[in-house]
Design a protein around this ligand. Structure first.
Ligand SMILES: Cc1ncc(C[n+]2csc(CCOP(=O)(O)OP(=O)(O)O)c2C)c(N)n1
Length: 596
């Protein structure tokens, strides 16, 4: 047993965070969390308090920190508007299964329901947390200060075990301020150590199926990366001679220059990924959900054909098993433990596959295809060329962060990811505004890494105020704004599906409009570069990275829909009214979808 201490509620939280190894807390103070920020001041040697300019960014920052390091940190807000500002950040973290601890201030327990400043109370007293119900793994609203040691270790357990997810601590102001004699638990005695192993019989069956497969393919999702299972994944791929294809969040599960890398899958995936995954005889999926975007809206034969492909699904969350495709062998368990078990069950031996040089040929054809846009010297430059040239001057372990729109798909399709946790994207929620704050979080987690926030003008304009956070922190994040004067991914979809476009160009007096991004960078006091021709991109990014501080590189890119975005390689089903160009094609494709 530890020694009893007299601590306020906020001190209990802060001391517990220190014990859990938390080193950063990001947010905006207000009267709803005064006691917390005051308690953080006493432990400033252990936990650095970081100011952001919008609470959504605090959560994205913590999310980016977790994705880059596997370690959670704290996001905090005051009561009311500060708290509700975080909902989208929490949704992003929840959909992508990342661990974020959010603290929000809540009305005094003695005044709940009386209409306190910034209280939501017309349907239920102190009702803020119910807004968060669909976007948190678990939430607490303690009523007594002596509950808090328990609440914090429960929150840590919920957030980091099994399928990770964000948690909410909504702490009444009086509970933060009151003191009690408490014993803080040693986290070691409360954390769920160890990894869940799949059923041994199922592992044997899966291994037999894989050993006899002629065209095995491994689909790696974000679960491979969060479970730190990339070494085992590569070993299994090599043992089987099986190519590895990746989802959005799975990018980084295998070095994309490895001979067995089958690249990305889905609508803006690669031709190689879709060709391999759709022609597999046995598919092993690891930590992936088979969402529409990576499964081409489940249209048979585009990304997957299950059946006849037999699916072995290794997944920590049993709820995901069999959700989108029938399963030949379910493996409920941790990705690393499950892959190790499969390796053991397979034993030594050589691959029995008959791929020959097929993977090499598919890769070569894909390289040739993407070269058309990525190698273009045209001015205005293609976004593909810009992304390639940004990467050329970065180190192989540089972290790239994306949020939404064409840059997100372009980076998925064309950035060559070499290591886990170096491709960070809001894959499941595709959140505009994620990129810059998440990149600041990633940079805090990996101070020595080059971190590039690659965003569209629309994405950047949602959270560009965080250049102030980067400037104050001195984090050397390099923000690359790919400026095409509009929400051009949406425009492209409108043109394709509807034959005309609406409300997607940025116009002023009928002429294309972009704010002066270089002036914005300078106004925030960060190193700023502008480049509008392909030849100028590399030197601009080099100078920005060499500046040693936060920087902004403004790149003007082509908005012609024929070349603006990533190549369409799969299928995506969005409802289109009768009479529109692709209506009949949509109906025909829909008839082949398998989501029942
Ligand atoms: C918060 C949010 N609002 C709306 C959307 C829908 N949406 C997806 S991409 C996109 C446009 C992105 O524009 P930009 O960042 O400029 O990139 P572009 O596609 O123009 O290159 C929009 C509006 C979204 N994903 N997130």
């Amino acid at each position: 047993m530890g020694i009893p201490q007299r601590l306020t509620g906020a001190q209990i939280i802060v001391e517990s965070l220190v014990r859990h190894g938390v080193r950063h807390a990001a947010g905006i103070p207000g009267h709803g969390c005064w006691t917390l920020t005051d308690a953080l001041l006493d432990r400033a040697d252990e936990i650095r308090t970081i100011q952001v300019m919008h609470e959504q960014s605090a959560v994205h920052l913590a999310d980016g920190f977790y994705r880059a390091s596997g370690e959670p940190m704290l996001a905090f807000t005051s009561i009311g508007p500060g708290a509700t500002n975080t909902v989208m950040g929490m949704a992003t973290a929840y959909v992508d299964s990342t661990a974020v601890a959010l603290f929000t201030g809540s009305p005094h327990t003695t005044m709940r329901g009386h209409g306190l400043l910034q209280e939501l109370e017309r349907r239920h007293v102190a009702d803020n947390p119910r807004i968060f119900e669909p976007v948190t793994k678990e939430w607490w609203q303690p009523s007594r200060v002596d509950e808090l040691p328990f609440v914090v270790h429960r929150a840590w357990n919920a957030m980091t075990t099994g399928r990770p997810g964000p948690v909410l601590l909504d702490v009444p102001m009086d509970v933060q301020a009151e003191a009690a004699e408490v014993v803080l638990p040693d986290p070691e005695t409360r954390e769920a150590r160890g990894r869940v192993r799949p059923d041994a019989d199922a592992v044997e069956r899966a291994a037999r199926l894989l050993a006899g497969a002629k065209r095995p393919v491994i689909v790696a999702g974000g679960g491979v990366i969060s479970a730190e299972a990339t070494t085992e994944l590569r070993a299994l791929a090599e043992r089987l001679g099986a190519p590895v294809v990746t989802t959005w969040n799975g990018k980084g599960a295998i070095d994309e220059t490895h001979r067995l890398a089958g690249q990305t899958i889905g609508d803006t995936g690669s031709t190689i990924g879709n060709a391999l995954a759709s022609s597999a005889d046995v598919l092993l999926s690891v930590g992936c959900r088979f969402v529409d975007w990576s499964a081409s809206s489940w249209r048979k034969g585009v990304t997957f054909a299950i059946p006849p492909t037999q699916l072995i699904q290794l997944e920590i969350d049993e709820r995901e098993i069999g959700k989108n495709y029938p399963v030949a062998v379910p493996l409920v368990g941790d990705a690393r433990a499950g892959l190790r078990d499969l390796l053991d069950a397979l034993g030594g031996g050589n691959p029995a596959t008959d791929y020959g040089d097929e993977i090499e040929r598919l890769n070569a054809a894909w390289d040739e295809q993407i070269e058309v846009k990525s190698g273009s010297d045209a001015v205005p430059m293609t976004m593909a060329r810009a992304v390639r040239d940004v990467q050329v001057v970065t180190r192989p372990d540089a972290i790239v962060v994306t949020g939404a729109g064409l840059p997100q798909g372009m980076v998925k399709q064309r950035w060559v990811t070499r290591q886990p946790r170096t491709h960070i994207t809001s894959g499941g929620f595709s959140s505009m505004g994620f990129t810059l704050p998440a990149a600041i979080g990633a940079q805090l987690a990996r101070p020595d890494a080059q971190v590039l926030a690659v965003c569209g003008d629309g994405d950047f304009l949602q959270t560009m105020q965080e250049l102030a956070a980067a400037a104050m922190l001195g984090t050397p994040v390099c923000t690359v704004v790919l400026d095409n004067s509009g929400w051009i991914s949406i425009k492209g979809g409108q043109q394709h599906h509807f034959g005309r476009t609406a409300a997607t160009d940025f116009l002023r007096d009928g002429r294309l409009y972009s704010p002066d991004f270089a002036a914005i960078g300078r106004a925030f006091g960060v190193h700023t570069e502008s480049a509008h021709e392909p030849a100028d991109v590399r030197p601009a990014v080099e100078r920005a990275l060499a500046s040693g501080g936060p920087s902004l590189v403004h790149l003007r890119v082509d908005r012609d829909l024929a070349v603006a975005g990533p190549d369409k390689t799969g299928w995506w089903d969005v409802p289109v009214p009768e009479g529109r160009p692709v209506h009949d094609e949509q109906l025909a494709g829909r008839a082949e979808e398998q989501h029942r």
